[in-house]
Design a binder for this molecule. Sequence first.
Ligand code: BGC
Length: 425
Amino acid sequence: MRRVSKAALTAALAATALTFSLAACSDDEGDKPDAAGSEVEVFTWWASGSEKLGLDALVKVFNTQHPDVKFVNGAVAGGAGSAAKELLQTRLQQKNPPDTFQAHAGAELTDYIKAGQLQDVSNLYDEFKLRDAFPADLVNRLTVDGKIYSIPSNIHRANVVWANPSVLTGAGLDATATYATIADWMTAMDKIKASGKTPLSVATTWTQVHLLETVLLAELGVDGYSGLWDGTTAWDGADVTGALTTFQKLMSYTNTDRDGLDWPEATQLVMDGQAAFNVMGDWAVAAFEEADKTAGTDFTYFPVPGTDGVFDFLADSFTLPVGAPHPDGAKAWLETVGSLDGQTAFNKAKGSIPARTDAKASDFSEYQQTAITSFGQDKIVSSLAHGAATPIAWLNKISEATSKFTTGATDLAGFQAELATAAQG
Ligand code: BGC
């Protein structure tokens, strides 16, 4: 008979005890609490309203595809990630990342890549057969030095006006009219103002930057606007002065309580018939639908005047951070995000269009079908307010300058000078 040493026996007993305690845990809690694939903390800013409904739709597909992985909601409220991005930065710096987080395709994603905070997920593109599922241009925006760092969930359009037809007819305007230029559009706004309604609703700083980006696009055109981000358009030039003058005038048509609101409240003003127009990304259509409003009757939409034929683009995309505590849970989430079922369910609820090219257009709303067509044929530019055009630090400087300007703390020349300085890094 083989002799077993006392030490070996003690170790064996300890291991047995450990197995038992894990088993007990497993029975009580349904899964091993610390296993790499037991759960996934998903960090987004889709915390409430129609955005939460979009997330819920994605989670529903996730629960069907990965019933063994517990979804942990790490959503932080605040439109456009106004609060989430800062908190995320702190967590990443403290090496306490969530398992996966929402980021924008383009320059914002590059920030995280350069900081060494993301893992290359190219292998998942092979495993989940995603290489041909997304438009090549989008994959380029997600790629750095031949590596792909995230999986896109959707494509949003930023340059959309949402309008209330009753407010327009009430002011003596044709509710189906569109406007060739922002100047024409402001002539209509004068009538709305005279009727006692708010011509244009806007909310806190990031929505004002969103408005500013569409004015820059309308007035500088595709090349001039894109040149702002690659240095070929001068920020201190006369064209930019003209666009900022238009922006200043447009802001004079907006609600004065704007700085205390976030985007849902500004869109709500149009929904409730207190304001005529709102410039917002097409997540707004999900808010109209959530409120049971019908396109064409209760609300209308058109590209921001002067930007017809241009798709001001942004995409949400999910990552695998370095040091994610549950990498297998994150991979399961990424698989659902990239899947046809996941993209269809999520985008139907979110107002955006699927990043996958094999999704069926007929599954989507009337508005979304226009966005699908437009994305296929329009010129594409990168959104400033939503991380596609600039790194976060540059966007933050533009936001600070915009807020100072719209709260009256700087004049137009000072505003332009601050924007020009921000562009120098
Ligand atoms: C995101 C959208 C979101 C919007 C408002 C954008 O930055 O890409 O998914 O709905 O912000 O919060």
